[in-house]
Ligand binder design. Structure first.
Ligand SMILES: NC(=O)c1ccc[n+]([C@@H]2O[C@H](COP(=O)([O-])OP(=O)(O)OC[C@H]3O[C@@H](n4cnc5c(N)ncnc54)[C@H](OP(=O)(O)O)[C@@H]3O)[C@@H](O)[C@H]2O)c1
Length: 263
């Protein structure tokens, strides 16, 4: 299938590691020029270097952005858009949440993670808008999470943060549709990143069992019986960004192997 992505320009937040890094890698493999955003500029540069080695024809640049420090956002977006000469695709992937129950979570952590997502993605999208409006295939993809629909009992923060992200996605799809910009969200279930590996190790220690057994225990509610891979999410980003997905907007698509219970 020709995705029509060659020579498009994508901005990816959270590109320094995990899911964002996987999304950037998949976009590069389709011939997309990239701006990689993160606080950890050295890790972004490592990702950029590896991708440039594999795809010498691509323009791949890195910019430091701290979504908790608003003054870092607009200059980074503007200079990257000027250097790459446009923006066609914005993937808002930066985020996370403090794991824990209500009494354990300090106010600063609530403020910090809401600043990153969803407020950070609102700010990123606003800064990218002037360039997205000029694209003939403009796409925004927000990485939310299944807890936005079904809050988990072990982590109170993941629910409201991702619910707000889904609501912003829908609101922006309404607002930006008339400007030819689609806005969608992807809801990953537990995904095989560094964070998942740490969780498996902690659970193995708590249960006093080997890691493989702990992982099976953690995945017992997943009908497909395995953890989500970063590539599963990246594949959907490619499709949503593609020329074939021009009529998909305001959608929130789960990638969780059937874990969510709601319809
Ligand atoms: N992994 C999962 O199981 C899972 C499940 C559902 C949803 N998600 C969502 O998927 C997204 C990526 O998750 P992940 O697992 O890949 O997480 P991760 O490995 O912890 O990566 C988080 C990314 O967000 C960036 N980030 C964090 N705080 C930032 C800030 N203040 N300013 C700018 N960038 C910031 C980090 O970059 P720097 O450190 O360089 O700033 C990093 O690249 C998140 O939005 C997460 O909520 C993940």
């Amino acid at each position: 299938m020709n995705l029509g992505l060659k020579d498009r320009i994508a901005f990816v937040t959270g590109a320094s590691r995990g899911i964002g890094c996987g999304i950037a890698t998949a976009l590069a493999s389709e011939g997309v020029h990239l701006a990689l955003f993160g606080r950890d500029i050295e890790r972004c540069q490592e990702v950029g270097r590896a991708l440039r080695q594999m795809h010498q024809e691509l323009r791949i640049i890195e910019r430091r952005v701290d979504l908790n420090q608003t003054h870092t956002i607009s200059g980074a977006v503007r200079s990257a858009a000027e250097e790459l000469d446009g923006i066609d695709i914005l993937v808002n992937c930066a985020g996370g949440a403090y794991r824990g129950q209500l009494p354990e979570i300090p106010d600063q952590e609530w403020e910090r993670w809401f600043q990153v997502k969803p407020i950070g993605l609102i700010r990123m999208t606003r800064e990218c808008l002037p360039w997205l409006r000029r694209s003939d295939q403009a796409r925004v993809v927000n990485i939310a999470g299944i807890f936005g629909r079904e809050p988990a009992k072990f982590s109170v923060m993941g629910g409201p943060i991702n619910m707000a992200t889904l609501s912003v996605t829908k609101a922006l799809a309404n607002e930006l549709g008339a400007q030819g910009i689609t806005v969608n969200a992807i809801n990953p279930g537990p995904t095989d990143t560094g964070r998942w590996r740490e969780l498996v190790s902690v659970t193995a220690r708590e249960l006093g069992v080997p890691e493989a057994e702990a992982e099976m225990h953690m995945l017992r509610e997943v009908p497909m019986g395995r953890v989500v891979k970063v590539q599963d999410i990246a594949a959907l980003v490619l499709f949503l960004a593609s020329s074939s997905a021009g009529m998909i907007s305001g959608a929130a698509i789960n990638i969780d192997g059937g874990l969510s219970r709601s319809i």
